[in-house]
Design a protein around this ligand. Structure first.
Ligand SMILES: [Zn+2]
Length: 399
């Protein structure tokens, strides 16, 4: 670093969340991140979220990224981001699902604002188990697969859901399925979906065990093999019905998809990058021992089918990288593959993650830094531009 000029590149020290569903091996094998204690390495968090803020070294001293940003938000984030968001508006993650995460829906911005205000007014503690809204923000997400990555995303075409339930033919559900078949509309799906999630006691047990019996006998079909696998992780869970209602997709490495607000989804297994708005608002809909608020969930869900062939995100090739045209302001995502002396201009604070190889950044004032595979670097907006060299892939989060 040249004396007197502000530092440009800040290698990051990131928190690894050891959630129980996390793989013990994927992150250390894929990204050469040490795991001496054989822990569940579920997620690496890169960002300034209070539940797992990254650290950077500033002038030789280790400091929280959030503290560094707060010293001069306008310079680090840009004036526009500082005004609009008041913080780094995104959280960037590596996520390694050894087991399924819960089926979930994230509210829209408007719903989150109303829901948050309502729960604040009602005095429900933010850490309470029955608290739905931890903040007033929406939480759109993008996932980019590093390994084959199995997930559920969005409702199937209504006719498909009806056909699947008719095929499984569970006596206690016959009336519900017939009602949906006679009203195969958004309203019909809403009624059907709420009724399934609201099943209780013996009815629920009978329905789930009939599903499992059918699935066990039909495992040559990948969908039913998935249900059997999920039942091993979440026995008796009502969420075992969600693969019949939601698109089940396996992204191949390098493929990506977007998860819209108000759309049910779940990550089932695999390792990927995830970038999301800075929010913790999750309404759960199954595959979880946690609280399910069916009424609030239904209020926040769009009962629309998402055609399977529209799930995947096709990036645009430009400026030496692959750019994903994200339909929200909170974050953007791009990927560079083997670049030499590529000039990248910054419009915001950004985070680069080295996926395969060493990555070297150089600033025109002479500062240079090299990070290794699995490491990340924070770049404030004031840097304006940097020169990038990498033999492998580099993921770029910005806004
Ligand atoms: Zn989600």
């Amino acid at each position: 670093m040249t004396k007197g000029l502000p530092q440009c590149f800040f290698p990051m020290e990131n928190i690894i969340q050891d959630y129980i569903w996390g793989s013990r091996t994927a992150i250390s094998e894929l990204l050469s991140v040490d795991n001496p204690d054989n822990a569940h390495q579920a997620e690496i968090w890169m960002g300034a979220h209070p539940n797992g803020c990254s650290k950077i070294t500033n002038n030789g001293e280790s400091t929280l990224l959030s503290d560094f940003i707060n010293q001069d938000k306008t310079a680090v984030l840009t004036e526009q981001t500082a005004t609009e968001f008041g913080e780094l508006p995104y959280l960037f993650k590596v996520l390694a699902a050894g087991e399924a995460l819960s089926v979930q829906v994230h509210p829209s911005k408007a719903q989150a604002e109303v829901g948050f205000a309502k729960e604040e007014a009602a005095g429900i503690p933010r850490t309470a188990g029955n608290r739905n809204y931890k903040d007033p923000n929406h939480k759109p997400e993008l996932v980019y697969a590093l390994t084959p990555y199995q997930a559920m995303n969005g409702f199937r075409e209504f006719t498909q859901t009806i056909a699947l339930f008719e095929q499984v033919n569970i006596p206690v559900l016959t009336d519900l399925v017939a009602a949906f078949a006679s009203t195969p509309t958004s309203k019909g799906l809403e009624t059907f979906f709420s009724a399934i999630l609201s099943l209780q006691g013996e009815e629920k047990e009978t329905a789930v065990s009939a599903l499992l019996e059918y699935a066990t006998a039909h495992q040559q079909d990948a969908l039913f093999a998935t249900i059997v696998e999920l039942a091993g992780q979440h026995p008796g869970d009502i969420g075992l019905f969600t693969p019949l209602m939601l698109n089940v997709i396996t992204l191949q490495p390098g493929e990506a998809m977007f998860l819209y607000a108000c759309t049910p989804h779940a990550y089932l297994k695999g390792t990927g990058l995830e970038i999301m708005a800075n929010s913790d608002n999750v309404l759960r809909a199954g595959l979880t021992p946690k609280y399910i608020d069916v009424a609030e969930l239904v209020d926040c869900t769009k009962f629309e089918a998402i055609p399977f062939d529209t799930l995947q995100f096709t990036p645009e090739q430009k400026d030496g990288g692959l750019y994903y045209d994200i339909p929200v302001d909170d974050f953007k995502f791009a990927l560079f593959e083997s670049v030499s002396d590529l000039t990248v201009s910054t419009q915001s604070a950004e985070i680069l993650l080295a996926l395969d190889s060493d990555v070297t950044l150089t600033h025109q004032d002479g500062e240079t830094v090299t990070i290794h595979q699995g490491q990340s670097v924070f770049i404030p907006a004031y840097v304006d531009a940097y020169c990038l060299n990498a033999a492998g892939r580099v993921a770029r989060a910005f806004n």
